[in-house]
Design a protein around this ligand. Structure first.
Ligand code: GDP
Length: 425
């Protein structure tokens, strides 16, 4: 599909011999080079007159045959038409934003939808593209603007002081808002994890079967399995779709005391990765767990006793209130149960139901900034503050919220967000 957007889009279609445009109706057209009259393709053509189009401008779509010659000749002919040039990456979406068809969170939702690899990612992206986040942030911004307007009005027009009860009432309202923002922030980063992947680390002593477990979980050979200890030194990471969640499973170096400096680095990275992980798969065998690993077992861990095929009469292993799940990475015994347990752990940790959650560090930073400004507005350090100072902090808080949806000073952000799109979107 070749998309043309802008004032001259329909004129360009006419020049190529396109049919008279019927809005949003597909029609067949013989497209010709206007200079030579040569037929370029038999195409399907759809016109979307602005503002009811993706970009908000007149948009023409040429559905052509995908052959190399059709495309290159058509693009060359289009390039000769007045006002026509190739779009830059994300330019269509940028125009949609500039014409108020979408705000920034919706644009990000669209980008996430294009990148979505699992069902949870798709659902979250669609929800954001539909304005679930915009609705929340815009409502908050309107509340703040309302509060701010009392102060602005008093500062600008009133000879008298702002009545005390108005100050108290607006103070109460901003406390309610701040509380709501805090609850939104304390979401365990579920939106970010669904977007970027839930991080799971496999942790255990050398030779306990970590690489074998990774291979068994993803059902293919991604990690080297070897009888030699200390073979996994770097972190191997594989993405898995678990019940619609993107899950990044990392196989790490076996944790043990060692004098080999390369292996020691591997061990320290393994421990680091395990600490950062959302969920830890702690693997043990007949030899038990070392203190370094035991310290990392918590409620977000799954304790696994491997080598069930040769570890007969295994006693119940219990650490930090968890009971080990018996599996054999080699024979595959217990792997399905483990996948179920892991899926449930991921769902419990990052539930998708409930309100929309923020999906990017950018949103988080702006919300924190907004709350800092709200705190400052009503701080009583050095006595109550004058209305001018309160108003200035409220303005900062509003601006922080506005930056998330792109209602104010966004220029610096735009380049970054739109450049991630591909050409033609
Ligand atoms: P890692 O060092 O923890 O990654 O362990 P590997 O996955 O490389 O496995 C070390 C050795 O243990 C290899 O010889 C594997 O074949 C063996 N192994 C792994 N899992 C099992 C298992 O469930 N049963 C048996 N019998 N051997 C296993």
């Amino acid at each position: 599909v070749i998309r043309i957007s802008g004032d001259r889009a329909i004129q360009v279609l006419r020049t190529l011999g396109g049919p008279p445009p019927v809005p949003r109706r597909a029609s067949r057209a013989t497209l010709r080079d206007p200079e030579t009259g040569e037929v370029l393709d038999e195409a399907l053509v759809i016109c979307f007159p602005g503002p009811s189009s993706f970009t908000g401008e007149d948009v023409v779509e040429l559905h052509v045959h995908g052959g190399r010659s059709v495309l290159s000749d058509l693009v060359a002919v289009l390039g000769k038409q007045e006002g026509c040039r190739l779009a830059e990456a994300g330019e269509f979406t940028r125009r949609a934003f500039e014409h108020g068809k979408m705000d920034l969170t919706e644009v990000e939702g669209l980008a996430d939808l294009i990148d979505a690899e699992t069902a949870a990612q798709r659902r979250q992206a669609l929800r954001q593209m539909d304005g679930a986040l915009s609705d929340i942030y815009e409502r908050w911004r309107q509340t703040l603007l309302q509060i701010l307007s009392y102060f602005e009005a008093s500062i600008d027009f009133s000879e008298e002081d702002i009545p005390q009860d108005l100050i108290e009432q607006t103070h109460r309202e901003s406390l309610v808002l701040k509380d709501e923002i805090e609850r939104h922030l304390a979401d365990g980063r579920r939106g970010e994890r669904v977007r970027e992947g839930v991080r799971v680390a496999i942790l255990g002593a050398p030779n306990v079967g970590k690489s074998s477990l990774l291979n068994a979980l993803v059902r293919r050979d991604v990690a080297i399995v070897s009888e030699m200890e200390g073979t996994t030194r770097d972190i191997i990471e594989v993405q898995l779709d678990l019940g619609g969640y993107p899950v990044l499973i990392a196989d790490t170096a076996g944790v043990r005391e060692t004098t080999d400096s390369v292996e020691r680095q591997g061990v320290s990275r393994a421990l680091q990765r395990a600490r950062e992980a959302d969920i830890r798969l702690v693997l043990l065998d007949q030899r038990g767990l070392s203190a370094a690993i035991t310290g990392l077992v918590d409620s977000h861990s799954i304790l696994i006793a491997n080598k069930a095929d040769i570890w007969k009469d295994r006693p119940d292993v219990k650490i930090a209130g968890l009971t080990a799940l018996g599996i054999s990475a080699k024979s595959g015994e217990g792997i399905d149960v483990l996948l179920d347990v892991l899926e449930k752990a991921v769902q419990d940790r990052f539930p998708i139901s409930g309100g929309a959650s923020l999906t990017r560090a950018r949103h988080r930073a702006a919300l924190v900034e907004c709350n800092v400004a709200l705190d400052s507005a009503w701080s009583t350090d050095g006595g109550a503050r004058g209305p001018e100072l309160i108003a200035e902090d409220l303005r900062l808080a509003c601006r922080a919220l506005g930056r998330i949806t792109g209602r104010v000073d966004v220029e610096d952000l735009l380049g970054k967000i739109f450049s991630d799109f591909c050409i033609g979107k």
